[in-house]
Design a binder for this molecule. Structure first.
Ligand code: ADE
Length: 268
């Protein structure tokens, strides 16, 4: 009888530990500007280093989180996601940052909630220069059938709910709009009007960035719920580089505000 009681207590402790105390939400960004506001707001902050990456643990609006900067590009993002997920007990992952808006109405400051992410620079280029995109390959062999990786439904609902409540910073004198749709990822900073139009028409992506699908691929491989949130810093057109430097600050801040809004919904 006593042994049974001990066994139940151990099981109860493990259950509580893994379901509430141990688990956190991971919040990632590629650049300092994309995580700074969140790290500054972190309560009970602790810093640790694993695999060359700085991890900040603590609480944001009362929710346990771990925040990290993953670096720019798909390779850095995939590596960082692997290190993160091997070292922390996570409930889900939220990627926050900026992107180039591709939808004609998605202007600097606007939010894009990624209902799915896709990678558009993996594929074959033939002798005539024709490029065929391939879906992600499975590590174990074979390939996925769909190009896009869907975001977690619960996190998507939370993001949309939070987006209706958050007061976003006006950018260039305009109140930001909120879009939900596909986010395209490649290892390119797109600063080319023709290429931007191609990504929009070919894949239906409403924003382009450099990490989301890599993070999504790792999360899908291990069954971790994820979502990518982006605010437009530019329109991936010929002026993108200039617009990026003008708007990266306010756009990154709008995306961080949406993360805080989501965590507020989670705490309820
Ligand atoms: N992140 C912000 N703007 C971008 C762009 N134009 N291309 C790729 N990533 C971006």
């Amino acid at each position: 009888m006593a042994i049974k009681k001990i066994r139940y207590s151990v099981l109860l402790f493990l259950f509580l530990y893994t379901t509430s105390y141990g688990q956190r939400y991971a919040i990632m960004g590629a650049l300092d500007q994309e995580i700074n506001l969140l790290v500054e707001n972190l309560q009970k902050k602790e810093k640790s280093q694993k695999g060359g990456i700085d991890f900040f643990t603590g609480e944001l609006v009362g929710v346990p989180v771990v925040i990290c900067k993953v670096g720019v590009g798909k390779v850095n993002a995939a590596y960082s996601t692997a290190v993160l997920t091997q070292n922390f007990d996570l409930k889900g992952l939220i990627f926050t940052g900026v992107a180039g808006g591709l939808h004609p109405e998605a202007l600097p400051g606007d939010m894009v909630i990624g209902e799915a992410v896709l990678q558009y620079d993996l594929g074959r280029i033939d002798s005539s220069g024709h490029f065929t995109v391939w879906p992600f390959r499975k590590i174990t062999g074979g390939n996925f059938t769909d190009l896009a990786i869907p975001a977690d439904k619960y996190l998507l609902e939370l993001a949309q709910k939070a987006a209706n409540k958050v007061v976003f910073k006006a950018v260039a004198g305009r109140k930001p709009m909120v879009f939900t749709g596909i986010i395209g990822t490649s290892d390119l900073f797109v600063s080319n009007t023709e290429k931007a139009r191609w990504i929009f028409t070919e894949f239906g992506a409403i924003a382009t960035e450099m990490e989301g699908a890599a993070v999504g691929h790792v999360c899908r491989s291990i069954g971790l719920p994820f979502i990518v949130l982006r605010s437009c810093s530019d329109n991936a057109n010929n002026q993108a580089q200039l617009n990026f430097s003008q708007f990266v600050g306010p756009a990154a801040s709008n995306s961080s505000q949406l993360v805080l809004g989501m965590l507020q919904e989670i705490r309820k």
